[in-house]
Design a binder for this molecule. Structure first.
Ligand code: GDP
Ligand code: MN
Length: 370
């Protein structure tokens, strides 16, 4: 489970990691009631990265400016996620940005500490372009992350003196947090030097869901998106991604392989929905309605392997209410002849092979784009 920045910072604060004072709001007029020192930073609380670049983070020198930014950012859609809450925090006077994270190195079966003096930017990009600017320490679980490990790591990214001492204490706290909270990732980007002190300006925390039963006090975040809730109510399993091709299939395995085939042909799924075995015309109608409600969907790929699910039922749903975007259908199995006939009646061609259908779907998503 991924936490929002403000939730992650609450956890950070419990572990003594310095964060800015801040308040979460959901309406612009709440700005007036805040007891914060200006300038402040107004930050969209969405579970995607790169909020700054997307215009979801703004500095404000006074309440009027903060209100205007709040007005602009609330309701904004960042990578498909609508902003309903803002963190308003006392702005840090940033002198330098570092990067620090603990994450699971699955291959090594250990936690690894990652640090860099190139903070505030996409760490994957740093790793690609200038790998020498990244320092790592693989944590031996029988030793833990010891004070001298923390100092070595800090020294490796150029920290000296008081900053190095503060970094070592902070890194030790972040390690303790990672282990005790059973996090898969605890990331601070940027970890800033501001007014001569280190402060976690951003916070990202992904908690291990398999350990949830040991942590009854975890935030019950994971608010579903409206679409995810609608899907659950309709008894459909639905997952949001950030591409432009909506995907419907029947059966978890088929849906997974559908995503692979789409990716193979260079497509980017916007979401995917499993209508399950024995899907009816009604299920299929609800499924199309849900996947197409996601903004940014440019084509729809329906991949049905009829078993208990009857191809004619599926086809009836598609033909009755043709989607608002171009659609590629792969239909095979039980009653496929009739299904095909129904679709032909609606001028929709149904493919037999998943590859050709996927290729067509990817082409449609691209074509609709230009
Ligand atoms: P992200 O874009 O989603 O990673 O959000 P961040 O919280 O990392 O903010 C992005 C960038 O905005 C940071 O790297 C900073 O450059 C800037 N920023 C965020 N908070 C502050 C702040 O309190 N003061 C200043 N001066 N800049 C900030
Ligand atoms: Mn960040």
């Amino acid at each position: 489970m991924k936490l929002h920045e403000y939730q992650a910072k609450e956890v950070f604060a419990r572990y003594g990691i310095p964060v800015q004072r801040g308040v979460v709001i959901s309406r612009p007029d709440e700005v007036d009631r805040l007891d914060l020192r200006y300038p402040v930073v107004v930050k969209a609380q969405v579970l995607v990265g790169g909020r700054g670049k997307a215009g979801g983070i703004k500095l404000a020198a006074n309440p009027g400016e903060a209100r205007r930014h709040a007005q602009a950012i609330l309701g904004m859609s960042i990578k498909g996620e609508r902003v309903t809450r803002l963190l308003v925090a006392e702005a840090a006077k940033i002198e330098k940005e570092y990067y620090l994270a603990f994450t699971l190195d699955r291959a090594a079966r250990r936690m690894v500490a990652i640090a860099s003096a190139a903070g505030g930017i996409d760490i994957e990009e740093v790793a690609r372009a200038t790998p020498e600017r990244i320092a790592k320490h693989s944590v031996d679980p029988s030793l833990g992350f010891l004070p001298f490990h923390a100092r070595e790591l800090g020294a490796a990214i150029g920290l000296r003196g008081d900053h190095l001492t503060a970094f070592a204490a902070l890194a030790a706290s972040l390690y303790r947090l990672t282990v005790q909270e059973e996090a898969e990732l605890a990331e601070i980007n940027p970890l800033a030097v501001a007014d001569g002190k280190l402060v976690a300006v951003d916070a990202k925390l992904i908690l291990d869901d398999s350990a949830a039963f040991r942590h009854k006090d975890r935030p019950t975040n994971e608010e579903m998106t409206d679409l995810e809730r609608a899907a659950r109510e309709a008894g459909l399993s639905y997952v949001e991604l950030d591409g432009d091709l909506a995907v419907i299939g029947n059966g978890a395995g088929l849906v997974m392989s559908t995503l692979d085939v789409v990716a193979h042909f260079g497509g980017r799924p916007a979401n995917f929905l499993d209508v399950g075995g024995g899907a009816t015309t009604e299920n299929m109608t609800a499924a199309m309605e849900i996947v197409l409600r996601k903004p940014g969907v440019r084509a729809l790929f329906i991949n049905i392997f009829g078993g208990i699910t009857r191809c004619d039922d599926i086809a009836r749903a598609i033909a009755a209410r043709p989607p608002r975007v171009p659609v590629a259908v792969r239909l095979t199995g039980t009653n496929e002849e009739e299904g095909r006939r129904i679709l032909e009646g609606a001028a929709i061609h149904a493919f037999i092979g998943p590859e050709e259908a996927a290729q067509e779907a990817v082409r449609l998503a691209r074509g609709a784009r230009s």
